[in-house]
Design a protein around this ligand. Structure first.
Ligand code: FAD
Length: 484
């Protein structure tokens, strides 16, 4: 059999991968999107993280997807903060985390800002006014994205297909071997985008990788520890609770009543789905270091036990959950952080907290404004809120020294601290959109994506309504961009 050939191969159909493939295919690049699971969506679907948090990254592809979801009943909503453990009420026990409810008065434009508050504890009024995220139905999201990819007529989507090997030559990837059922297929690619979350294509290619927490010496980050360690952000197994008893799962019979893995049961982000169910995200279910030290199957089983224990505690202590039961536990543990590649530029804490007016990069292709959000017991749950958004340079998407390879996922070139801010789904979509656009510009100009002029890349993104100047995201700007 002759090997198949594509102009672009995107590996991994999570947030970064779907945006990269959709963008490139819309621009006429013959694209193959490979996903090892049986559906597209990645963490947002299989790990139950079906919530886009508020933030300035929400322009471009994510908004296009929202417009499609909004046409389907109960597919997507916009939330406001309702209850929070930082805001006790009349001496009553505080809610076990944050509770966010669908608010039909809000519009997409209301979801585009995080920066500028001092956080939950110090700034209830502004959090209530400006923080609005989007919960959506994961299965509908997956189908809508699949339809949008098919509509391009330029993208083949292979689910249940895992990239298992590659051949390289002089800083370029040439071919890959894909396992589909029991068969192996070789595919040739001109350009490659690693959207595997863990940057596993980069690792396979032999790129320099980072893992865990970098020391202060390495990138001069003020809040990095003196000594590097294998600590990573905690993982969570998301679950769903419903009032419909016909959907309830049966709890295990033997379960300790006390929390056995930490001092007290963790708080949770509790977000209302458009149909009234609750998305429960424990913060976290397991320390990252413990998770990566266990076999995947064992870690999942232990997280399931913790879910049941957490739910029993939550339900007994808070009347909000009377009459509810667990209807779904995500089939995959959600990892906030894993291996990352060293790129031509490494995004650091100084970029994130210094903000865009301090940054001198000419190649900013995405903006973000989420807090540095670390969930583990030893780093005191740092949650520094940026005063203004910051930019992500295109060079973070280019593995150092590599020619036809880009990375567009949480495994891009971010330090542990910077990644703890920019990992959000819509930010990953924005970097995916930049990677896909650069592949199209490279094709048009007969060059490599890394050689595409930053000026033209930014202009092309602007034509796709990716807003890179956050000041445009004022009320007037929303209207100018048709974002309501
Ligand atoms: C518990 C948790 C809560 C979060 N909460 C929020 C939130 O509220 N709001 C928000 O915006 N963000 C949130 N995030 C962050 C966000 O969800 C993720 O960082 C983001 O979705 C990651 O996208 P990605 O494209 O990097 O990777 P993923 O979505 O993980 O996609 C990677 C894909 O690559 C596939 N893959 C991997 N290897 C291969 C291979 N060899 N061959 C083929 N396919 C492969 C995987 O199956 C997967 O589908 C949260 C994350 C976690 C874990």
């Amino acid at each position: 059999l002759e090997d198949l050939h594509y102009e672009l191969i995107v590996v991994g159909a999570g947030a970064g991968g779907i945006a990269a493939a959709l963008t490139a295919a819309r621009l006429g690049v013959r694209t193959l999107l490979i996903e090892r699971e049986n559906k597209v969506g990645g963490t947002a679907v299989l790990s139950g993280v079906s919530i886009w948090e508020m933030g300035v990254s929400g322009t471009g592809i994510s908004r296009d997807i929202y417009e499609r979801l909004a046409q389907i009943p109960d597919a997507v909503g916009i939330y406001s903060v309702y209850n929070h453990c930082c805001w006790p009420k009349d001496g009553a026990p505080t809610f076990p985390g944050g509770q966010f409810i669908v608010d039909s008065d809000r519009t997409y434009a209301d979801t585009l800002r995080r920066y500028g508050t001092r956080g939950y504890a110090a700034d209830e009024t502004m959090c209530r006014e400006t923080w609005h995220g989007l919960p959506f139905e994961p299965e509908i999201f997956s189908q809508v994205v699949r339809d949008m990819l098919d509509e391009t007529g330029c993208c083949d989507v292979w689910a249940d297909s895992e990239l298992v090997d590659i051949s390289t030559d002089g800083g370029k990837i040439r071919t890959c071997k894909i396992q589909r059922s029991d068969a192996y297929i070789n595919v040739i690619g001109d350009v490659w985008i690693d959207s595997t979350g863990d940057a596993s294509l980069c690792a396979l290619a032999g790129c320099r990788m980072m893992f865990g927490t970098e020391s202060q010496d390495e990138f001069g980050e003020p809040d990095a520890p003196l000594v590097a360690s294998s600590e990573t952000n905690g993982v969570s197994l998301v679950y769903r609770v419903s009032r419909d008893s016909s959907k309830w799962l049966t709890p295990p019979s033997l379960l300790p009543t006390d929390c056995w893995w930490t001092d007290q049961f963790p708080v949770a982000n509790v977000v209302e789905y458009p149909n009234g169910d609750w998305n429960m995200n424990m913060l976290p279910t397991m320390e990252g270091e413990v998770y990566y030290g266990m076999a995947a199957g064992d870690a999942y089983q232990e997280c399931v036990r913790r879910v049941w224990a957490h739910w029993r505690w939550t339900q007994q202590a808070w009347p909000e959950f009377t009459g509810c039961g667990i209807s779904w536990i995500a089939p995959k543990v959600g990892a906030r952080e894993g291996p990352r590649v060293v790129g031509e530029y490494v995004l650091t804490e100084q970029d994130v907290l210094g903000g865009i007016t301090q940054q001198i990069h000419a190649d900013i292709i995405a903006i973000a404004d989420h807090a540095v959000d670390i969930h583990n017991t030893t780093e005191s749950n740092r949650c520094a809120e940026p005063k203004e958004p910051y930019g992500i340079p295109f060079r973070c998407l280019i593995p150092k020294g590599w020619q036809n390879l880009l990375v567009a996922c949480r495994g891009a070139s971010f330090t542990h601290i910077a990644g703890a801010s920019c990992r959000l789904t819509r930010t990953m979509m924005q970097i995916g959109q930049a990677a896909g656009t650069s592949a199209a510009l490279a094709k048009a100009n007969g060059c490599l994506p890394r050689e595409v002029s930053a000026k033209y890349l930014r202009k092309a993104l602007s034509e796709q309504v990716v807003v890179l100047d956050y000041r445009e995201l004022l009320q007037k700007g929303f209207i100018n961009h048709g974002i309501h």
